[in-house]
Design a binder for this molecule. Structure first.
Ligand code: MLC
Ligand code: AMP
Length: 533
């Protein structure tokens, strides 16, 4: 039932029932501008999607999902290339009250098998080219529906959705209800699904809207993949909650991104996007004159990149820190000297804890450490997830007795409250903004014929920040070829997880307990000085 009480300021009429509905889609839609025919998304091919188009398209896909008559909390797993339609499927999943599960298109079939087994989705959406293989994998595992969606607006999902009404009442959701599951790999090699609720997503989006000073007329260049927190939530929610147009890049290309800046005000990227743009001669003050805000995160932004960007463009990058499990945690100030934001942005730090977030640094015995001391970063707040999907023991391990989530990042808080990340307690490296857990890849390499043992370390890299190096011991009497090992690995795991270099050796450095000394390996396989950032 719709209670017919109209409220204005935005383009979509809101009923009282919807005002009480904590579905994050309802809040995003309420921020659509009054002029529903204004552009919401513009693609590089010249396609323009109005706010009305988003409203109607999400309604049609949500009606299709409703018609499947799925139980609440059913998962919709989506592995498709980035496109505006893929974003529509995300929004429609929220709208229908189902749970969105984004999967990077780089994931190979062994990785997909695991996600489908673990998440048990009711619906899988994939590209037509992969339908044969994926539908076989999915149906064996009990998936009920497999639809296709391609980045040229074709596929069975849109064909079926076109038969449905373009009017849809969003499903009622409470803040604690599940909205999305994001898989993060783990130190034990098994990925864990971080369960994010409507309340987690909405609270973080609202905090960032205020903190980053989103304002009327802002235009976002959307250049990141939409499989992960940065591109899917921080960027999309930021623009939609502000009624801002997105200039949509299906794939980041530095020169084109710089060219788009003349029509934009906000850009978000991982550090690799910034270093690649710095390598372009077209990046200068004039090209960035209309820009208001450059946000960086997902991996450490080198001080050198921060400074070079200032020199070349006159803009100071705002670095922030977050995780799949927690959404955004800290941010450098937007308003220097503004209320609650005491000083200017500082390179080499990830800024201050966001409003509503409690952040502390703990020692090895779990006790809180004083200002300036280095320890494990722990957080608690409205954006912090409830736990890992169907892994209560893992969830219990990652939270303290008083409910703080142990991030696995190591850092300190200085006297002004700025947080710096100095390392990680988890064995992980970040390559071009993607996390790679050596344990997961070592498992795959150890299973290759002739391999006795593998150790993988992350080493500095000028383009990706860090890349992997694999060091392999063959089984007795076997001759292994390093290039062949990497070629085989490419068929098994996402390309970004494949080490860029591989060495076959007789032995690995070990400590007295027989444990591989990865710090020694890292030093030994450090790239030449001119290849490091
Ligand atoms: C691609 N390759 C990578 C890679 N991306 N290798 C290591 N690390 C990466 N990130 C592989 C390709 O498969 C290819 O290998 C080779 O490296 C060269 O690829 P490329 O053409 O240079 O890559 P490109 O397609 O341009 O992609 C690079 C990139 C992309 C930086 C644009 O990786 C990217 O969009 N990264 C952003 C990731 C992101 O959104 N992270 C946010 C996570 S959320 P081959 O073998 O095929 O030749 C999160 C929380 C938070 O962390 O706080 O935000
Ligand atoms: P993910 O699991 O993909 O969400 O990645 C989260 C991890 O990315 C964090 O635990 C950090 O290690 C890292 N990270 C995110 N933002 C930053 C940043 N600004 N600086 C350093 N590391 C970051």
């Amino acid at each position: 039932m719709v209670v017919g009480r109209a409220r204005r300021a935005t383009g979509c009429v809101i009923s009282l029932e919807e005002e009480l509905n904590m579905n994050v889609f309802v809040a995003l839609r309420a921020a659509f501008p009054a002029d529903l025919d204004a552009p919401a998304v513009q693609t590089e091919e010249g396609l323009v999607y109005s706010w009305r188009d988003l409203e109607r398209a999400t309604a049609m896909v949500a009606n299709l999902f409703d018609a499947l008559d799925l139980p609440p909390d059913s998962r919709v797993a989506v592995q498709v290339e980035k496109s505006v339609e893929a974003m529509v499927v995300y929004l429609a999943t929220l709208r229908a009250g189902l749970v969105y599960l984004p999967l990077n298109t780089a994931y190979q079939s062994a990785e997909l098998d695991y996600f489908i087994d673990n998440a048990a989705p009711a619906v899988v959406v994939c590209a037509s080219a992969r339908f044969g293989a994926i539908s076989k994998q999915a149906f064996i595992r009990g998936v009920q529906y497999v639809f296709t969606l391609n980045d040229d607006r074709t596929g069975s999902l849109l064909e079926r959705a076109a038969q449905h009404s373009d009017v849809h009442q969003p499903a009622a959701r409470a803040p604690a209800d599940l909205a999305a599951i994001l898989y993060t790999s783990g130190t034990t090699g098994r990925s864990k699904g971080a369960m994010l609720s409507h309340g987690n997503l909405l609270s973080n989006a609202r905090v960032l809207k205020d903190y980053w000073g989103w304002q009327p007329g802002d235009v976002l260049i959307h250049a990141l993949p939409i499989f992960h927190v940065h591109g899917l939530f921080v960027a999309i929610h930021g623009a939609l909650l502000n009624g801002s147009t997105m200039l949509w890049m299906n794939r980041f290309e530095p020169r084109r991104a710089i060219a788009l800046m003349a029509q934009a005000t906000v850009f978000m990227g991982v550090p690799t996007l910034y270093t690649r743009m710095l390598a372009e001669p077209t990046l200068d003050r004039q090209a960035t004159a209309s820009m208001r805000l450059f946000v960086a995160g997902s991996a450490p932004l080198l001080l050198e990149t921060f400074t070079q960007w200032q020199e070349r463009t006159g803009h100071t990058i705002l670095e922030r820190y977050g995780m799949s499990e927690t959404l955004m945690l800290t941010s450098n100030p937007y308003h220097p000297n503004g209320p609650g934001q005491p000083t200017a942005r500082r390179g080499g730090t990830v800024g201050l804890p966001l409003p509503g977030l409690r952040l502390r640094v703990s020692g090895p015995d779990g006790s809180a450490l004083p200002t300036g001391e280095v320890g494990g970063i722990e957080v608690s707040g409205p954006s912090v997830f409830a736990g890992y999907w169907r892994m209560p023991e893992k969830t219990a391990e990652e939270f303290t007795a008083d409910g703080f989530f142990k991030t696995g990042d190591v850092g300190l808080v200085d006297a002004q409250g700025f947080v710096s990340i100095v390392g990680r307690s988890k064995d992980l490296y970040i390559s071009g903004g993607y996390n790679v857990y050596p344990a997961e890849i070592e498992g795959f390499m150890n299973a290759l014929p002739g391999v006795a043992e593998t150790a993988i370390v992350g080493v500095p890299d000028a383009d990706f920040g860090e890349v992997g190096v694999a060091v392999v011991i063959p089984k007795p009497g076997v001759r292994l070829d390093a290039a062949d090992l990497l070629a085989r690995l490419k068929g098994l795991v996402a390309r970004f997880k494949v080490p860029k270099r591989c060495y076959v050796v007789d032995e690995l450095p070990r400590n007295a307990m027989g444990k591989v000394q990865k710090n020694l390996l890292r030093a030994r396989y450090m790239p030449p000085a001119d290849a490091t950032p």
